[in-house]
Design a binder for this molecule. Structure first.
Ligand SMILES: Nc1nc2c(c(=O)[nH]1)N[C@H]1C(S)=C(S)[C@@H](COP(=O)(O)OP(=O)(O)OC[C@H]3O[C@@H](n4cnc5c(=O)[nH]c(N)nc54)[C@H](O)[C@@H]3O)O[C@H]1N2
Ligand SMILES: Nc1nc2c(c(=O)[nH]1)N[C@H]1C(S)=C(S)[C@@H](COP(=O)(O)OP(=O)(O)OC[C@H]3O[C@@H](n4cnc5c(=O)[nH]c(N)nc54)[C@H](O)[C@@H]3O)O[C@H]1N2
Ligand code: SF4
Ligand SMILES: [Mo]
Length: 772
């Protein structure tokens, strides 16, 4: 058995030395048999196929599975270091309970779950079910059974206080569908596209395509290369010259926070020059003339001036996109987290709609539903449902529910504001809201004022440290699973099943069992994947995995016989004609609320003058490239933007020694700004925003747009004032729960946040060791 990578391993060598822990484990004791087991990674939707080396008890190494038909050997650094997540020093191998002294003591899972259930029952009896909240984090979604069981428990409980990270992320996409309607023929795919526009997303690092296309999620580097090799043109809109932008045929680098304007400018050119798809619009769209009129003022020269992009590139992007036959705009967090995020996302969708980038009647459907049921594709519109306008309203802000959820940015107020129906108990599943929520100070106050905080987490996350109970669950490779929930992210119809590769530590419990147990003890009904479960008889994971997959077109048992996963083949179906009852339905491009939001977002263009009339501010020193003026311009001349780090996913992985390039998240600045501000690479800096102050470590980064500062979220500890070099810096000390919050989803501004940067006074750490 060789322990070195095969020479042709497409994942390439990991440039950093393994952590001491990993190195120790990679040398199994003499006599140990090392075997390789096929599985797939479950840290993100990409679900990369892997081979797991194990000595039978522990995972030793994780390698890309070259026989996997979708990922073809691709893995990322964090996936390859999963052994450290499973067996590292911070892995929780038993549950914890907070003592009266505020310490956490080990407690067996059974006792923890029983005590939590008793306390929840007491709170519900006294205050009603809405006193209990559920916060769903990212890692909740990567164990198929968890989302089903958690929601089943929560529905049975009768609480409406459901929150997830989606409303700190890209819930603009949900809102757009709810306000515009959905074309039921499905979108075009990247595999057949001749153009693609990526805005505010960097799939080469994030392996995320928004709700764009599976080719951007699974092995995006290879897929983008293949697409470009066959002639697809790539347009990227990003203030930073990202890894993805470096591959683009055209890279627009606007001032951050200006996507709504930029998209309005593209629409102005496309509709003004008649480059849109008339046939698709005639059949399926209403409000086209209103939209054309609404963006009429967003002329290329004005938009170029305000966004600070070359006018000819803006026009070229519009023509390149519209002249192509196939291909879409897809957006990520850079668009969905900015000011005017909902309207920016709406206009991105309008670009796809007016250019008709959807499958027409008679075209083959991708058929991605393999284990999960999939409705038929039809050349018709499911009309806007504006779901949040009906039913339950939040006590804070009067918000309705979007896909059954309340805005996460309202969670702190829902806890803190006195009243009979405030949230008193919160269960956090696979999330770390103390770092994820804007305004860490308020988030901490809120979590600390709960009667009961339960964190289901594999480590003592920052949130877990505040919890009354931390329930330690299994991790990937310790549980059986299938890809049912992820199959919409695959570029081809595909499914994979994995058994558990290693046994979990004795003290942990599978996530879904926590919710099953709570349901059993609190006595609510438990409707799971369309069936009522008998809470007196705990099922097995395999039974539940079968239940979830019971409506698929391929039996899970067949998928079980394909260790590298099963390419299911196309179902041979095509987009059907519109049904009579749907024939009159249209995608609504400009309902009244959207029109009003658009007018507000476009206000800066109405106030501007054409390029040339003033001296160009492009690529200037600190401040000019980031801000478009306004009241903050002088005090906060820079713009803080979001960014992902390849080696960690949100807050997960940052503690693995040697995984991230350093033990902190740098504040990336353009060298020109560094020089202007008198800051050197590695220096400690103080960042100020209208909402808070943060200590960080500056890094020179020529890929930045001057005037822009970019940092990754998910770092920093509980306290302020620590050394940023040891814990990193929580950008959410600079953000606000309410500033810029959007209608309906209350999405706050997390990118294009006005900030200033100054050199921090020397700290003891600076004096002891020179800057790196
Ligand atoms: N390695 C890794 N992968 C991850 C994650 C991770 O933490 N690490 N997180 C996962 C999660 S939870 C998510 S939601 C996805 C996110 O996936 P993405 O949305 O692709 O996230 P990023 O890679 O940060 O890309 C956002 C881009 O937006 C740009 N940007 C910032 N502000 C603006 C702006 O105002 N306008 C425009 N046009 N662009 C802007 C940034 O420069 C950045 O390149 O990634 C997922 N994948
Ligand atoms: N300023 C700013 N704020 C942001 C963002 C930003 O870009 N800028 N991004 C936002 C976005 S897009 C997101 S998605 C959120 C991220 O917010 P969260 O999803 O709340 O944060 P994570 O760090 O991903 O939390 C995942 C937790 O799950 C745990 N975990 C790992 N494996 C398992 C498992 O198998 N089971 C269970 N139960 N737990 C597990 C990890 O230890 C970790 O603590 O942050 C949001 N906040
Ligand atoms: S991209 Fe990385 S984290 Fe995501 S599934 Fe693949 S190996 Fe795992
Ligand atoms: Mo996210």
């Amino acid at each position: 058995m060789t322990t070195s990578r095969p020479a042709h391993d497409p994942t390439g060598p990991d440039p950093r030395p393994p952590s001491p822990d990993a190195a120790r484990r990679a040398r199994p004791a003499e006599g140990d048999t090392v075997t390789r087991r096929t599985s797939y990674c479950r840290l993100c939707p990409a679900s990369c196929g892997v081979e797991v080396e194990t000595d039978g008890t522990r995972v030793l190494r994780v390698l890309g599975d070259r026989q996997h038909p979708i990922s073809r050997g691709f893995t990322c650094p964090k996936g390859r270091r999963a052994a450290d997540l499973l067996h590292g020093p911070d892995r929780l191998t038993s549950s914890r309970r907070r003592t009266a002294a505020g310490e956490h003591e080990p407690v067996d899972a059974d006792t923890a779950m029983a005590e939590v259930a008793t306390r929840l029952t007491g709170i519900v009896e006294e205050h009603g079910p809405d006193a209990v909240g559920l916060f769903i984090g990212t890692q909740h979604n990567f164990a198929t059974l968890t989302p089903f069981m958690a929601r089943a428990w929560f529905r049975g409980l009768g609480s409406r206080k459901l929150f997830s990270t989606m409303t700190l992320d890209q819930s603009a996409k949900w809102l757009v569908k709810s306000r515009m309607g959905v074309y039921a023929g499905g979108p075009q795919s990247l595999d057949e596209a001749d153009v693609w526009l990526l805005a505010g997303t960097n799939p080469l690092v994030s392996v995320n395509g928004g709700d764009g296309d599976g080719a951007l999620v699974t092995n995006p580097s290879a897929n983008l290369k293949a697409a470009r090799d066959r002639g697809m043109r790539l347009i990227v809109v990003d203030p930073r010259r990202t890894e993805t932008a470096a591959r683009a045929d055209l890279h627009l680098r606007p001032r951050p926070g200006h996507d709504a304007l930029l998209f309005a400018g593209l629409l102005q050119v496309i509709l003004g020059e008649g480059l849109h798809d008339r046939d698709f619009c005639d059949r399926h769209v209403e409000g086209l003339d209103d939209l054309r009129a609404a963006v009429a003022e967003a002329t290329p020269d004005r938009v170029a001036r305000v966004c600070d992009v070359p006018v000819e590139e803006l026009v070229r992007a519009a023509r390149m996109f519209a002249a192509a036959e196939r291909g879409m705009v897809s957006t990520g967090t850079g668009v969905c987290m900015g000011p005017h995020s909902n309207i920016a996302e709406h206009l991105a969708a309008c670009l796809n709609v007016v250019c008709g980038r959807y499958l027409r009647e008679g075209e083959p459907v991708p058929g991605r539903g393999v284990l999960m049921g999939e409705g038929p594709a039809r050349a018709e519109v499911v009309p806007a449902d504006r779901e949040w306008e009906r039913g339950f309203r939040s006590r804070v802000g009067g918000h309705g529910l979007l896909r059954g959820e309340l805005p996460a940015a309202l969670l702190p107020d829902e806890i803190l504001r006195p009243g009979p129906d405030r949230i008193r108990a919160l269960v956090v599943s696979g999330g770390n809201p103390l770092l994820a929520l804007p305004d860490q100070g308020t988030a901490r106050r809120a979590l600390e004022s709960l009667d009961l905080l339960v964190s289901i987490d594999t480590r003592m996350s920052q949130t877990a440290r505040l919890a009354d109970y931390v329930i330690a669950p299994t991790m990937l490779y310790e549980r059986a699973d299938h890809t049912g929930l992820m199959e919409t992210f695959f570029p081809r119809p595909f499914a994979q099943y994995t058994p558990a590769v290693v046994a979990p530590p004795r003290g942990v419990v599978e996530d879904w069992r926590v919710f099953f147990r709570l349901a059993a003890e609190t006595g609510g009904p438990l409707r799971f994947a369309g069936r009522d479960l008998d809470t007196s008889r705990p099922p097995s994971s395999e039974e539940l995995l079968d239940l979830v997959a019971s409506r698929g077109r391929v039996p899970l048992d067949e998928v079980r016989t394909h260790p590298h996963g099963l390419l299911a083949g196309h179902p041979g179906t095509t987009v059907g004609p519109a049904r009579e009852e749907r024939a009159g339905h249209r995608l609504t491009l400009l309902p009244a609320d959207v029109a009003a939001e658009l007018a507000a977002a476009l206000a800066p263009v109405a106030a501007t003058v054409p390029v040339g009339a003033r001296s160009a501010g492009a690529e200037g020193g600190a401040g000019e490239g980031g801000a478009a003026g306004g009241e903050d311009a002088e005090e906060f001349p820079l713009r803080l933007v979001v960014r992902r780090m390849r080696e960690v996913v949100n807050s997960l992985g940052s503690a693995v020694v040697g995984l991230p390039p350093q033990s902190y998240n740098p504040a990336h600045l353009h060298p020109q700004d560094m020089a202007h501000l008198g800051i050197t690479h590695g220096a400690a800096v103080t960042i100020r925003s209208p909402h808070g102050t943060l200590e960080a470590v500056a890094h020179e980064d020529p890929s930045m747009r001057p005037g822009v500062l970019s940092m990754t979220h998910g770092w920093g500890g509980l306290e302020t004032g620590g050394d940023p070099r040891t814990t990193g810096s929580n950008v959410n000390r600079l953000t606000s729960l309410h500033h810029g919050a959007q209608a309906v989803n209350h999405m706050p501004t997390l990118t294009a946040v006005p900030v200033s940067v100054t050199l921090a006074p020397p700290s003891p750490a600076d004096r002891e060791e020179p800057s790196p």
